[in-house]
Design a protein around this ligand. Sequence first.
Ligand code: BG6
Length: 802
Amino acid sequence: MLAEPFNWHPGMWNMLIVAMCLAFLGCLQAQELQGHVSIILLGATGDLAKKYLWQGLFQLYLDEAGRGHSFSFHGAALTAPRQGQELMAKALESLSCPKDMAPSHCAEHKDQFLQLSQYRQLKTAEDYQALNKDIKAQLQHTGLREAGRIFYFSVPPFAYEDIARNINSSCRPGPGAWLRVVLEKPFGHDHFSARQLATELGTFFQEEEMYRVDHYLGKQAVAQILPFRDQNRKALDGLWNRHHVERVEIIMKETVDAEGRTGFYEEYGVIRDVLQNHLTEVLTLVAMELPHNVSSAEAVLRHKLQVFQALRGLQRGSAIVGQYQSYSEQVRRELQKPDSFHSLTPTFAAVLVHIDNLRWEGVPFILMSGKALDERVGYARILFKNQACCVQSEKHWAAAQSQCLPRQLVFHIGHGDLGSPAVLVSRNLFRPSLPSSWKEMEGPPGLRLFGSPLSDYYAYSPVQERDAHSVLLSHIFHGRKDFFITTENLLASWDFWTPLLESLAHKAPRLYPGGAENGRLLDFEFSSGRLFFSQQQPEQLVPGPGPAPMPSDFQVLRAKYRESPLVSAWSEELISKLANDIEATAVRAVRRFGQFHLALSGGSSPVALFQQLATAHYGFPWAHTHLWLVDERCVPLSDPESNFQGLQAHLLQHVRIPYYNIHPMPVHLQQRLCAEEDQGAQIYAREISALVANSSFDLVLLGMGADGHTASLFPQSPTGLDGEQLVVLTTSPSQPHRRMSLSLPLINRAKKVAVLVMGRMKREITTLVSRVGHEPKKWPISGVLPHSGQLVWYMDYDAFLG
Ligand code: BG6
């Protein structure tokens, strides 16, 4: 039975705390009490609390009470006191002690914990004020110094703001004591909502007061990634890079489905629920540059953010999605949807991630998770390349030691055939060193994991298995922030995932039956930056919004636009067609003239093209290609706004092009930007005249702005539309205003001009420009017509058909 809230005699509290302190052996020698900690669990009767949090708090109490702290635990919810107390008592029934604790001790500690745990209704501002008053009264009566308060938000995010406001206005501890608020995901739905939520919380709490939980960071195998990398630096230093790593798989498979929580799941889906947080966190721990001090929260965060910066943007083709067959039916039932309702929410996803930095360039990172799969298991597997050739036949290979056997390192998060967290290192890699809290393990005989018998690995498991939430509660108590998600970390992750989520919003997931029956249906492959299912979809099972796409929709359409050839297709097909055409033009030019002069525009449309050229065009004659800029913003070349920077990030750093063939526009001379006196435009024009025969580029790639601008030639501005100048300084209506651009006459000297137009936003201008004549002053794009070259329009269906 739980005690009534705070109507005790003050002396009783004192006696209780002293009695409990004495109950701990360690406490006999304990220094004087280090202070009192109040822990307020909001949502104390909810699922998470029942399953993990009360047990975690009990463990915290067992671990810390003997070390000189005193505690009070306040279970809180909206429910009225009597009913709430009953529910909480139920939640507390199944507390368990560590295996090695004697039953009598266990019962004693449990009893003490229950006495310190009280239910209270927290609904109104007055309830919070009363809580504060009670805590203060307790402290006064017992004469204890307050160490701090922990508020654990185990509540849905819509309740955050109210609770946060109340805590901030009436439940902050006095001077010298800390406040820690613990938040559970979801932290937003996309970049925008996450930022909004973060800003909102930021008005109530300091960053250092907030502990955003990703419970995967509390999983023992995940928490071991950085310490393992640190402790085995010597062995891993030479191996942890693109030269040795074949690929990295970060996987979380589940057998359960979403039944009973479709209300939540329908809004989030597997990418938001698991990939954006748990798997991304694991990815950063595997991929980050190892800080000197792996326990410095600040250094870990900095290195994590560097990984986010190096992540290559995801395309629609970077992911495949699926949905277990009974999901829509569960949604209809649980959310009272009509019979005609079909959900597009993915319950399975696999995503191919690339990290564009020196260490990981070219190494595929595969993130995959799903519900209703054949097994429950989680791991991060680093598979190494096998560069050895064994001369003797296989029968002479030393068991487990041969360099020709697979070489892998696995952080086994849990479950699966192994049934526990583990770290596995192929014996032919190196003998790892682990802390004493990990021991060598043996599995059931005959067990095979990741293609090898368990005996082929050095295998370690934790001496004592601990639940993630209990690990994290201990870190919160000790103020260790490196196990939590900071605002910057959170927003960087959403920044990465949001574009993919948007591009998949209307994609029909592949249906799968669930469990073992999935067979090979979800198997997938990857190449050239794309993922695809290995097997064809048997049939279109989920009707998407609008008619199901037909195979003919994906064929490239050829027509005319403004009397020039038009190539139109869905964006991916279009980009691939354009990239092929550019390569063919390049190969022809190099064959005939020994070199290929290509002038490229900046902006967002060509990014996918650059990536395609960078990753899928091995026959491209880069060594003989000269790259020029069509236009540039007057910012330093290292500025993210710079067109050159985009080119550098998405193309140049991935291809082998001689430095002397790269020709950025000279917008930054004498430490100033686009000053007329510096004559940057003239310098560029002279460079073109000197290197490009007749100043006639082999290919100029242009875009078309929603206002009809092209290059940096803008409507209502005569600069660069005619005359002798090859390169001009212009003014854009949007920031940064100052630009440098090839002039229209120079563009029209090109042998070929390709205009790439993509996205719905271009629909209107596409229609308009199709009807206008030669009016470059109003629509500079209408002045593009090479004198003796060819003009080809490349438009995706969104831009062309709307
Ligand atoms: C949660 C997700 O974060 O993680 C659930 O919301 C998922 O959908 C769960 O089932 C898996 O966690 P664990 O600890 O069981 O691997």
